[in-house]
Every structure is written in C-alpha cells, then in structure tokens.
Design a protein around this ligand. Structure first.
Ligand code: SF4
Length: 269
C-alpha cells in the first residue's frame, strides 16, 4: 500500500518522509497527484543512476572492512548491472546503446569518486540503509538513512548524494534531511555527533551536531505537515509552477505546468 494512501474518514498520510515533504513544498498539486491520486511517478535517469550507485555502496559497506576494495566494488557493480538491465525503472528509460554506455560510465565514475573521498575499509559501519520510523515534533516521520557509522566523537549520520552539490542558498534545506535523521535516531538512543552529506560529484559537507539546526528542521517538518493536513481538509492543492515543471511526470494532468514548461523550454516532442 502506498505510504500516503487515504484512510477514511479523515485521510492523513501514515507518515511524512523528507522526500514527500519536499514534493509538497515544491508543488501541492504534484503531491496530490502522486500521493492521493496514486499516479505513477516513474524514476528519471538521474534517480535510476542514483539508486544503482547507492546499491553498490550499500553492498560494499555490508562486507567485512578488509574486503571493501575498488576491485570488489567493480565486481559488485558488474553483478548489479545484470539485474539493472532488466529492472523496470531502467527499461522504462528507453536508453539507446550509446546512452546505456554513458549511464554505466557515469555510474562507475561516481563509485570511483567515492573511493577518492574516503577509504571504505576504515568506515566503522553501524548500519547501512537503516529504516527509521519515529514521531518527531508531533509528526509521524519515516526515512531511510544511507549510513550510520562510529566515529571518535560518537555516531555520524551520512547521506550519499549523486547529484550536484547545492549552492549556499539551498544548503540549509538539504541539511534539514540529515538533521531530521539525527532527531529520529536520538529517539533510538544513538549518540549522533556529526552529520555528513557526501556529494560524490564534489565532496563532503560535514557539520557537528547542532541542536538549534535540528530543532529548526523538526519545526520546518511540522509546519509542512500542518500545511499538508490543511490542504487535505480543504481539498485545496494549488499548482506551483516553476523550472521543475519540465521534469514533472504529471504535465499531462496539469495545463498550467505544461504551459510553464513550454514557456521556459519550448514545445514538448
Ligand atoms: S507540472 Fe508543475 S505545477 Fe503542475 S503538478 Fe507538476 S510541478 Fe506542479
């Protein structure tokens, strides 16, 4: 069942993840189409590539520390590649032979880059791909942490990113995700002392635990939840057009977004 499937009589999502909250903040109409209408939201190429790289890193970090070499990563990537070729998200991209080669090359470059950013044999893994369900700030929260690792100061929360690092204007918004993980992990008695966004394209952004930032992220999440509940109760999910409309899977259901995409990028083919 979809995590946000209606539960009559008053529908409330079972939980609010950082990605669902981000979708709502970006465009309430998109959230409604995705989480209430349950329209398909197929992954784009960047998301499929991100999933592939995340899986290789998860498999790698699941091995004994001494086995985490780049040759092992190559073997894991090859094995996963065979499965990816028949994965419906990957098949749905309809890539040409040339585009498939480019996809593989970019994925491998990101994995190589990972090895230049840290030595995985030195990572003291506590858990990889840890699912978190908690109530934080009165909001039912759900998230998946890429990695919790033991460091000298306590526990570091790590989120791997395969996209571009944000400019300073958007950095706090990106960090709010790991602050929320820190808040949820604190409820499970994890002694979180640091958070890290590891951008495989450019490097890591590290922060020591900052209780003010954690409280701010929790408060922001609660405000999104309140706005979402209000939208549900009033059945008002306004469209919010912008540059991302061009990549929205619901253009065919949204005349304003389609007009915006055409205005910015020209007619669709
Ligand atoms: S096309 Fe734009 S305005 Fe329409 S639902 Fe998608 S993001 Fe919202």
């Amino acid at each position: 069942m979809n995590s946000a499937e209606p539960e009559s009589p008053t529908f409330r999502p079972r939980h609010l993840s950082p990605s669902s909250a981000s979708t709502f903040r970006q465009c309430p109409r998109r959230w409604r189409l995705r989480y209430i209408e349950n329209l398909p939201d197929p992954k784009g190429e960047a998301a499929v590539l991100g999933t592939f790289v995340h899986q290789v890193l998860e498999d790698l970090l699941g091995l004994e520390a001494t086995e985490r070499s780049i040759d092992t990563a190559r073997d894991l990537a090859r094995k996963l590649w065979d499965e990816t070729l028949t994965d419906e998200d990957f098949v749905g991209l309809c890539l040409s032979e040339t585009e498939i080669k480019s996809f593989m090359w970019r994925a491998w470059r990101l994995i190589e880059k990972y090895f230049s950013l840290e030595d995985p044999s030195e990572v003291e893994v506590i858990r990889a791909e840890q699912k978190l369900s908690a109530e934080i700030g009165g909001v039912p929260f759900y998230g998946i942490v890429d990695l919790t690792e033991q460091v000298s100061s306590g526990v570091r929360v790590v989120d791997y990113k395969t996209g571009k690092a944000p400019g300073s204007k958007y950095l706090e918004d990106k960090l709010s995700q790991v602050w929320l993980y820190a808040a949820a992990l604190a409820q499970e008695d994890f002694d979180v002392s640091e958070v890290r966004l590891m951008y495989l394209t450019s490097g890591s952004i590290d922060r020591p635990l900052d209780s003010v930032a954690v409280a701010g992220a929790v408060d922001g999440h609660r405000r999104t939840w309140d706005d979402l509940c209000q939208a549900i109760d009033s059945e008002q999910f306004p469209h919010r057009t912008g540059p991302l409309c061009n990549w929205c899977p619901y253009l065919d259901h949204c005349p304003e977004g389609a007009a915006e995409a055409e205005r910015r990028y020209g007619p669709r083919h």
